[in-house]
Each structure stands twice: as structure tokens, then as C-alpha cells.
Ligand binder design. Sequence first.
Ligand SMILES: *[C@@H]1O[C@H](CO)[C@@H](O)[C@H](O)[C@H]1NC(C)=O
Length: 189
Amino acid sequence: MAIQNQIPLLITLASTIAFCAQAQNGDQATWAKRVDSGDQVVTTLQFYFHDKLSGQNPSAIEIARPLQGGAALPGQFGKLLMIDDALTVGPDPSSKLVGRARGLYGSAAQAELNLIMALSYVFTDGIYDGSSLSLLSINSALNSPREMSVVGGTGLFRLARGYAVAQTYSADASGDAIVGYNVTVATNI
Ligand SMILES: *[C@@H]1O[C@H](CO)[C@@H](O)[C@H](O)[C@H]1NC(C)=O
């Protein structure tokens, strides 16, 4: 084939590739970035976690505490909460919802506040809708920043491993807290 005959084909190919790239970018969420390096995909996620213990509709409720001792210690040892906390793009609770953190955290230390977090971060936005990350880690909640381990996931996060860096944005006497998260996870697919 002469080169002149191939030009329309090349133009069609180039515009198809440009269209696909654009469609992919259009699916990308502002709060999450995926970088595919060939043998792994590294995703960085940035969101805020709203732990609301006060008011009529708390998203974090105490479900157990020790009959004696424990909870009176500085670490409130033995206290256990179930949560269904909103995850949003910004620190404002009315900013866009991107998922929820569901599961348990409990006070796992006697002398200081150290929480054991056993949570699923279930996402609902963009290409991440339906995907989740599992976090299982000690959380030294009074330290900022603090680091926690991400041990797995589902959907786009199958075989995920990584870490979350958290920083308390605000906290008050009622126990309500807004926490900023930067999560970095790698997957092979
Ligand atoms: C997350 O990363 C951004 C950009 O690097 C930074 O400004 C922010 O402070 C980080 N947040 C946390 C909770 O570490």
C-alpha cells in the first residue's frame, strides 16, 4: 500500500487512541490517582473520615466496654465501637461523599490511646464504585501523622497492599473527629 493510502487509517487510529485516553481520564476521580507502571498499579487516594459519636444519628456507636477496670484506664482499654463513617473529598461533612468506612475499632492499650482498627473502606465514586480496601492496624490516634496498614481489597483493589497516613483535622470533647487520610496501595492487576 502506498503511504498516501495509509494516512486516513493513521488518522483514524490516532483519534481512536486519543478518544480512549480521554474516556479513561474522564473516569478518573479527583480524589484518587492510578499510575500503571506495567507490572503494578499504584493508587493514591485522598479523603476525609467523619467519625460522629454525638447527636441523634451517630455513625460511631459504642457496642461494648469492660464490666470493670479497663475503660477507666487512660487508654480506655476494652472499649469497642462499630462504625459506618462517611468518607468525603474534603474536610467539610457536606463535601462530596466517596464511600464509607465500616467495621470495628476498639481500645487495645491500657496506658495510652491505641485503637485496633478492623475496617472496610467501601468506595462509591467513579471507577472505584463497589471496590473496597481492608485496613487492619493499630492506630495511635493522638499522634499526627500516624500510619496504618492496608492488608487487602476487592474490585479494583484485588491483592492490594499498602498503607494509610492519617492526620486528625478536627476533634472535640464529644469524641467527634474528622480525619484526613492519604492511602497508597499497590495491586498487580
Ligand atoms: C496528603 O497529601 C497531601 C498532598 O501531598 C498533603 O497536602 C496532605 O497534608 C496529606 N494529608 C495527610 C493526612 O497526610
